[in-house]
Ligand binder design. Structure first.
Ligand code: SF4
Length: 266
């Protein structure tokens, strides 16, 4: 499918939860968040319904996000349900890596193709400082396991303040070179201020070639991360929500004052 700016829209990012087992300083307040009521969180059946219709409309790339998707109960079953739908050419998942060692083989067996793992530093103390809760060794073990089971290419999402030449980012890049991992640099963003930039080493943030729609953990289809528009699959039905999102996809992002990264999925 194409939007009214003739951009081919073939990528659907799905946030399956707003829950997370970390509290990264640039994403969540230390005190945690007002969680979405469990009854409001999108069901596997609803996700599958959106994926089936989206694929029939030209979507062929699916990414599972969160919060942290590997804390969603039954996540392996959901991966299997999506992988069984014909037409998914590129099926990825973005994780903080804490539970990755435990799930990697099951995710691979369920049909997942590859993973992106968040890693902003190699310094264990700094990692704890940034995530407030995490142990970096869990992430490094998860990355190794993902490579071992073939969830490849494993890509590393490295959040930077201003430049990929920041010491932590340089250290992560060296680690990636040594371990045959692909690094992408994501400058810290601010939804309500409309601060975002093109992902270095990736496609995100380049509005001219934007190819994506988002399905949030609350069952909203969003045309753009940096925009307040969202369409409820429960109120409008999947087809109407998808049509509205495509029709109202903006030429470029502006500000988003209604959502947060942890319930949209970045
Ligand atoms: S800001 Fe919106 S239009 Fe621009 S790349 Fe992101 S999602 Fe696409």
């Amino acid at each position: 499918m194409y939007d009214k700016f003739n951009r081919r829209i073939n990528y659907l990012r799905i946030s399956v939860t707003d829950r997370c087992n970390l509290r990264c300083v640039y994403c969540m307040p230390e005190s945690g968040i007002q969680l979405i009521d469990h009854r409001e969180i999108i069901s596997f059946e609803e996700i599958v319904e959106v994926v089936i219709l989206s694929i029939s409309r030209g979507i062929d790339k699916i990414r599972i996000t969160g919060g942290e998707p590997l804390v969603r109960k039954g996540i392996v079953d959901l991966i299997r349900m999506i992988a069984e739908i014909p037409g998914v050419k590129d099926f990825g998942l973005t994780t903080n890596g804490i539970n990755l060692e435990k799930y990697a083989q099951q995710l691979k067996d369920a049909g997942l193709h590859r993973v992106n793992v968040s890693l902003d530093t190699l310094d264990p103390d700094k990692y704890k400082e940034i995530t407030r809760l995490g142990d970096i060794q869990d992430v490094l073990d998860g990355i190794a396991e993902a490579k071992k089971v073939g969830l490849t290419p494993v890509k590393i999402n490295c959040v930077i303040k201003k430049s990929s030449q920041e010491p932590d980012a340089v250290a992560v890049a060296e680690y990636c070179n040594k371990n045959d991992l692909q690094i992408r640099y994501i400058k810290q963003m601010d939804l309500s201020m409309g601060h975002f930039s093109v992902v270095e080493g990736g496609e995100g943030g380049d509005c001219k070639i934007c190819n994506r729609l988002r399905l949030t953990a609350k069952g909203m289809i969003k045309p753009c991360l940096f925009n307040n528009r969202e369409y409820s699959i429960r109120e409008l039905g999947v087809e109407e929500a998808l049509n509205n999102a495509l029709y109202h996809k903006p030429k470029c992002g502006s500000v988003n004052t209604v959502g947060e990264f942890y319930n949209i999925g970045g």
